[in-house]
Design a protein. Structure first.
Length: 323
């Protein structure tokens, strides 16, 4: 089996999760890791027997890389992608892909021109529960999709980048993007949004802690999304969808899908491939057909979150095509 040598730009929590997954994939080998925090780079390098770097430009000078992972805070995206594209390397980038639409579209165009294999970390698309849901909904008429992402940020440092709109874009961009993406993946493209936001609890930040978004799908279906990170309960209310189709109700979360069968609610699930397996196989074979979340598609998810923020700020309906 052909070895796939991988470099990592960013060694935070998400990156470590991917590295651990890659360790169990035959032929996948993390050979280089980079982080601006020297200790994190060295720790990841020791764990995965890789070479550590503190500047991604130095990592990209290697001539043995087959692919790169970019696991970075959203406000850092842009130059690292440009440099990876200049090297002609396939890459997997964590969501969301950029802090603003101009950067996202610039990278999207550069990827298309270079013809590179890309994958964005919307791993929920690859789950067994998601594939079952898509099979159930095929050829069905969706009436409405209701999504929610309720969680806690731990009420830590109010100055952390996550709580600065200029650096994170707020919860709708940085975190609930997974729910937005799943609503798109299940219901199709979104034409317009109207959003309301409030700071009710985390008042020391400029990021809203309550978000309510109405969505108009191109199919004619409607949607509603609520998101908060001022909820101290467990994570069972994060990434949950209720999908009403025809006269039926389907409830989806990452671990299972619940549907009505013969008058009874039945839970279904099945194993699915990891996003890392899909990406490594695409790099190894040169065939990206199994990648469900290429860069160009992820830009469309970002558009919805940015449009919702704009709608709340300007108190008006925002057409996605106007961005």
């Amino acid at each position: 089996m052909k070895e796939v040598k991988i470099g990592f730009i960013g060694c935070g929590g998400n990156a470590n999760g991917h590295m651990n997954q890659l360790a169990g994939i035959e032929g996948a080998n993390v050979v280089a890791v980079c982080d601006v925090q020297t200790e994190r780079a060295q720790s990841a390098a020791e764990k995965h027997n890789a070479d550590p770097y503190t500047a991604h430009q130095d990592l990209l000078e290697r001539d043995d890389l087959d692919a790169v992972y970019l696991s970075l805070p959203v406000f850092v995206h842009g130059q690292p992608e440009r440099d990876v594209i200049a090297r002609g390397l396939p890459f997997l980038v964590e969501k969301p892909v950029a802090i603003n639409i101009d950067i996202a579209r610039e990278i999207e165009a550069a990827v298309a021109k270079a013809g590179l294999i890309t994958c964005v970390g919307y791993q929920l698309r690859y789950l067994g529960s998601t594939q079952i849901t898509q099979q159930i909904l095929r050829e069905r008429t969706i009436n409405m999709i209701v999504g929610k992402y309720w969680c806690s940020t731990g009420h830590g440092d109010p100055n952390a980048w996550l709580r600065q709109m200029s650096k994170s874009g707020g919860q709708l961009v940085e975190q609930a993007t997974h729910t937005v993406d799943m609503m798109r993946y299940m219901g199709g493209e979104v034409e317009s949004v109207y959003a309301m936001q409030a700071n009710r609890f985390l008042k020391e930040t400029d990021c809203p802690d309550a978000n309510s978004v109405s969505l108009q799908f191109a199919s004619g279906a409607v949607g509603a999304l609520t998101a908060t990170w001022a909820y101290a309960g467990d994570w069972s209310n994060a990434n949950v969808l209720d999908i009403l189709y025809e006269q039926e109700l389907l409830n989806w979360n990452p671990s299972r899908v619940s549907v009505n069968e013969n008058g009874e609610q039945v839970d279904k699930t099945e194993p699915g491939p990891t996003i890392d397996e899909i990406f490594v196989n695409a790099v190894r074979s040169g065939d990206a057909s199994q990648i469900l979340s290429p860069y160009s598609d992820a830009v469309k998810t970002l558009e919805i979150s940015l449009a919702a923020n704009l709608s709340a700020q300007e108190k008006r309906l925002v057409e996605i095509s106007s961005l």
